[in-house]
Design a protein around this ligand. Structure first.
Ligand SMILES: [Zn+2]
Length: 435
């Protein structure tokens, strides 16, 4: 049985909102995570919580670790991982993206949902456990990491794994970022993200002859060759991954067959596209190794045919493919052309079957009167690195309002006050369940 407590007796939702607003006001775009950590440390110290550590990979690039140990002895050591950096604001905002504006219970700003909302909930989870007298078994380690969005090998979680492996020692399971409510056929579900696709980015480098642009006759122009190659590359190669297939079957039942069959897949995605373009894109990504062209460059002067032209492509695969497999796919379209790997994040998943942590999350979601939904994420996150260490990772973040988990980097990013409170309850109940 879960303890019945009135959460608003212990945590004032307004307090949480104030912290979230202040965090949004720090524009921690690929940096300045230490400023975010310092804002949080101020609140922790006011509360008398001193079990934290700030680990910087470089000046300003801080990872904050907060340890909360239950007074009832050893038990499940749970890590909850969020991140302090955000992506650039981009275009299309109807409010200033770094002001932390509140409107009808919604807090707007870059990072409101991804991931400063969750970070705020994590901080108040520490405070709640403290205010309730640490009456639980085991340990909660909160990790508010740097550089999740750009995944530099020498910052954030990857830095910690290399230089401070003790941070992950003795952790029995972890909760990753995002999650929330989704509505399918008028039924409400809470997402449990159990896996994610990989990302391998490559530069395609075409070399030609550098010549003056006044005499182009017969010149091997690398821009022409590159353009031809790029037009040949499709936006995806059909592939059904085993864990994705299982999750689709659980979600859609018999209908999942049409998605996982090569012939009907195209048709069904075209049909869905007419009604819901976003959903069609997600389903395409879940049933294809996707290939996206993301950057193209070549030339340094307007009157010179360049010697070299370059494009970057981003391939997203499944646990069944490693980097070499993805490289093979792109090589097929670029025979005889140099291909250089830029970055690689592996695809990983945690098997939900017979997982103590997964069962506990499902129990919590049902206690809050929702149904759990297994989700394989098309994006990447720090969870890949934790899973590589052998730590089971699931993402969940219970919300009252529907969440577009596949597009967190849009304009007018927002989160509702009620979502912060519900997510806090979800995390608190999970700790009690594991205890
Ligand atoms: Zn994120």
């Amino acid at each position: 049985m879960l303890p019945h407590i009135n959460f608003s007796d212990y945590i004032d939702p307004k307090e949480m909102c104030e912290l979230l607003k202040r965090l949004i006001q720090i524009p921690s775009i690929n940096g300045d995570e230490t400023k975010v950590a310092e804002e949080i440390i101020r609140i922790l110290e006011k509360e008398g919580i001193e079990t934290y550590e700030l680990i910087e990979s470089a000046p300003g690039r801080g990872n904050l670790i907060i340890d909360i140990r239950g007074k009832r002895g050893n038990g499940f050591n749970l890590m909850i991982i969020g991140h302090a950096d955000v992506v650039p604001a981009g275009e299309g905002w109807t409010v200033p993206p770094f002001a932390g504006i509140e409107r009808n219970g919604w807090i707007y700003g870059r990072g409101a949902f991804d991931n400063k909302g969750q970070v705020t909930v994590m901080v108040y989870l520490a405070i709640l456990l403290h205010r309730l007298g640490l009456d639980f078994k085991g340990k909660v380690r909160l990790l508010i990491a740097a550089d999740e969005e750009t995944q530099h090998p020498n910052h954030g979680v990857r830095y910690l794994i290399k230089h401070r492996p003790d941070v992950f020692k003795g952790i029995h399971g972890a909760i990753g970022e995002l999650g929330g409510l989704v509505r399918i056929n008028n039924k409400e579900f809470q997402m449990i993200i159990f896996g994610e696709k990989s990302s391998a980015t490559y530069d395609i480098i075409v070399v030609g002859e550098g010549k003056h642009s006044s005499t182009p006759y017969g010149v091997k122009n690398p821009i022409d060759s590159l353009a031809k190659i790029l037009l040949r590359i499709p936006d995806g190669v059909f592939f059904i991954s085993n864990p994705v297939k299982k999750a689709l079957k659980k979600t859609l039942g018999f209908y999942s067959y049409f998605l996982t069959n090569r012939i009907t897949n195209k048709l069904i995605i075209k049909l869905i596209e007419k009604k819901n373009k976003e959903l069609a894109r997600s389903l395409h990504a879940l049933t294809h190794i996707t290939i996206a062209k993301t950057m193209v460059y070549g030339g340094t002067a307007e009157n010179v045919i360049p010697r070299e032209a370059k494009a970057t492509v981003d391939l997203r695969g499944f646990p069944e493919q490693n980097e070499k497999d993805l490289r093979k796919i792109i090589t097929k379209y670029c025979r005889g052309i140099e291909i250089r790997l830029r970055t690689y994040i592996p695809s990983t998943y945690t098997n939900p079957e017979n997982s103590l942590l997964h069962n506990a999350i499902c129990d919590v979601i049902r206690t809050l009167k929702y149904e759990p939904l297994p989700v394989f994420m098309t994006g990447t996150s720090d969870s890949a690195w934790l899973r590589k260490l052998g730590i089971p990772v699931f993402h969940f973040f219970v919300t009252k309002h529907t969440i577009d988990c596949f597009n967190p980097h849009m304009a007018d990013e927002k989160i509702h006050i009620d979502d912060l409170m519900l997510a806090l309850q979800g995390y608190y109940y999970l700790i009690m369940k594991l205890s």
